[in-house]
Write a protein that binds this ligand. Structure first.
Ligand code: SF4
Length: 288
């Protein structure tokens, strides 16, 4: 397969075949993100993508899960994306789920009918980075979208019938804004009510603007104890029904999984126990 640079996918797509339909991220300015710094955003030609789908059939035979990357593959024009999804469906009829990375911008560029047509064609799930529900934090990390824009994009995507997985980054407000991050993020998630909510922990990566802010003392990172406190506050304020919650990535200090709201109390107890016992996973991922 012809991959350009490093290829990223959400933790839950670790077993999926990655189809790199776009290269890089259409925004590429978030202060904490180093993922696509070496790439300029572009969309690969549909012919090239279709050729790669056929190559994958010859190489892998059957595929159960397929993930369309890079950073914002939903940017692909609807008619071309429909062609790609239909080709995937015809070539891999056994495939159980096709996922894609989206952004508030790419969701708002499509009508609800266009999004529904993608679902009808066989797209299953879209991943959207909320990162934080705090306007102040979104602005300071240069997310490029405001709180209301992300919330309305999430709601629109869900209304189209597609499954929605939202990602949040623990610790993104640093020591200064952790309470605001916890409460505002919970309130934004409550408005979206996604099907899945994934919590990753902030990692400070070399080459990013945030790395320089940590070096200069402008941004103070949270300790594992403080991250657990923040997650506890966020969980206490979450009020979602049927949302599958996961905080069990390698970057998380306390492993949590359950369905909101039914497992909320259980997860709160796990966090309280970790806070009482100081029982956190190693810190090796926090600062690379
Ligand atoms: S966090 Fe997402 S939107 Fe921001 S630069 Fe990285 S890939 Fe792009």
């Amino acid at each position: 397969m012809r991959y350009e640079g490093s290829v990223y996918r959400p933790p839950s797509e670790s077993r999926s075949w990655i189809l790199q339909a776009t290269i890089g991220c259409s925004h590429n300015k978030c202060t904490f993100c180093s993922m696509y710094k070496d790439k300029s955003f572009r969309i690969r030609s549909t012919d090239e993508i279709i050729e790669e789908i056929h190559e994958a059939r010859n190489t892998y035979g059957s595929l159960k899960r397929i993930f369309i990357a890079d950073g914002d593959a939903l940017m692909i024009k609807t008619d071309e994306l429909l062609q790609i999804i239909k080709e995937l469906r015809n070539t891999f009829p056994e495939c159980e789920r096709i996922g894609i990375y989206s952004s508030p911008r790419s969701i708002h560029l499509k009508s609800k009918e266009e999004l529904s047509s993608l679902k009808e064609a066989g797209l299953g799930i879209a991943y959207l980075g909320l990162e934080s529900g705090s306007e102040k934090i979104l602005e300071s990390v240069k997310k490029g979208d405001d709180r209301e824009g992300i919330i309305s994009a999430g709601i629109k995507l869900k209304d189209s019938g597609l499954l929605l997985s939202v990602t949040v980054i623990s610790g993104l407000g640093g020591k200064e804004n952790w309470e605001e991050h916890a409460k505002e993020t919970a309130s934004a998630v409550n408005k979206i009510n996604p099907d899945y909510l994934g919590l990753l922990t902030l990692m400070i990566e070399p080459g990013t603007e945030l790395w320089n802010q940590v070096e200069s003392g402008e941004f103070a990172i949270l300790t594992p104890y403080e991250i657990a406190q923040e997650t506890l506050l966020m969980l206490e304020h979450l009020d979602c029904h049927g949302c599958v919650f996961r905080s069990n990535h390698a970057s998380n200090y306390v492993s949590l999984k359950g369905t909101l709201n039914q497992d909320k109390e259980e997860m709160i107890k796990t966090l309280e126990n970790a806070l009482n016992d100081g029982d956190f996973k190693e810190e090796w991922m926090r600062r690379l």
